[in-house]
Design a protein around this ligand. Sequence first.
Ligand code: AMP
Length: 305
Amino acid sequence: MKGVETIADLRTRCDDARRRGATVGLVPTMGFFHAGHRSLMELARAETDLVVVSSFVNPTQFAAGEDLDAYPRDTERDDAIARAVGVDVMFSPAVTEMYPDGSPTTTVHVAQLTDGMCGAARPGHFDGVTTVVAKLFSIVGPCRAYFGRKDFQQLAVVRRMVRDLDLPVVVVGAPLVRESDGLALSSRNAYLTAPERSAAPALHRALLAAVTRLDAGTRDAASLVDVVRRAVAEEPVLALEYVEVRRSSDLASISELEGEFVIAVAAQVGRARLIDNVVVVIDSSGAVADLGVRVADGPSTAGTS
Ligand code: AMP
C-alpha cells in the first residue's frame, strides 16, 4: 500500500491507472476504521483494480461546537486494516493540502435532500460533505465510489450531486454493518462509556419494533414514528433527536407507506451522536426490511469506562 499526501500525486496515480486500462475504486472516510469501513474497502477491492481510500477528518463538515478536535484517530491501526484488505493507495492529506486558502469560497449545496434529518441538527454539515466529496471526485477522476447505507441521507445527497453535476462517478451504496448486538458501527462509538454502550442498541431495537408493526400491516408513517419514539423513550440514556420516514429516492416526507422508504433515527448518547436506519420496500407481497449485516466476531469497538 502506498501512502499519498498530495493531490498531485493522487491525481497522477489515478490517471496513470486508467491510461493502463485499470478501473479506480474510491472509499472516502474520516479514518478510525471499523468493520463498516472495511466492508466498503472489500467491496471496492472486489470490483475495481486500483483501490484508493481517503482518510481525512474534514473540518468543513463539523459545525462549531461539534467534535472536530476530539474525533478519534489511529493512523497506524488504520494502515494495518487497509493493508490487510489489499488497498493500493491511502490518501491522507493535511488540511492545508485540501484547503490551502482556508475555508473554500466555492461550495456544493444540494438543496431539499439536506433539509431535515441530520441537516436540521447539523447546519452546514452536508455542504461540507458534498464539497469535500466533489473535490475528491475531481482529484480521483472517473471511478466507482463506495458509501455506507448507515449514512443514508449522505448517500442520497451524494447520488443527487453526481446526477445533477454529471460527475463521472458511479456511486455504490453498501450495507449497514452492525455489532453483534445490533448497534450500528461508528467511529463515534468510541465515545461511549460502558453503561452507554450497553444502552445504545436500544436505538436499533426501536427500529425493529417499527418493522414488527409494518409486518402486522401498519401502513402509515405517523404510527411508525410513534412506535420508535416510545421504544427509545424506554431507555433514558438515549436522547432522541429525530425519527423520520422518508422516501428513499429523494428523501421526501411521506405519510402513506409504499415503495421504498427509510425509517431514520438520531439520538445523543452521552458524548456520542448516533444514527441508524432501516430501509423498507413495500410491494404486493408485503414489507421487506433491510436491517444491514452483523459482524460475526463480536464487538470491534469496545466502550470505554
Ligand atoms: P466516516 O469515516 O464515518 O465518514 O465513514 C466513511 C464511510 O463509511 C461512509 O460512507 C459511511 O457511510 C461508511 N460507514 C460508516 N459506518 C458504517 C457502518 N456501520 N456500516 C456501513 N458503512 C459505514
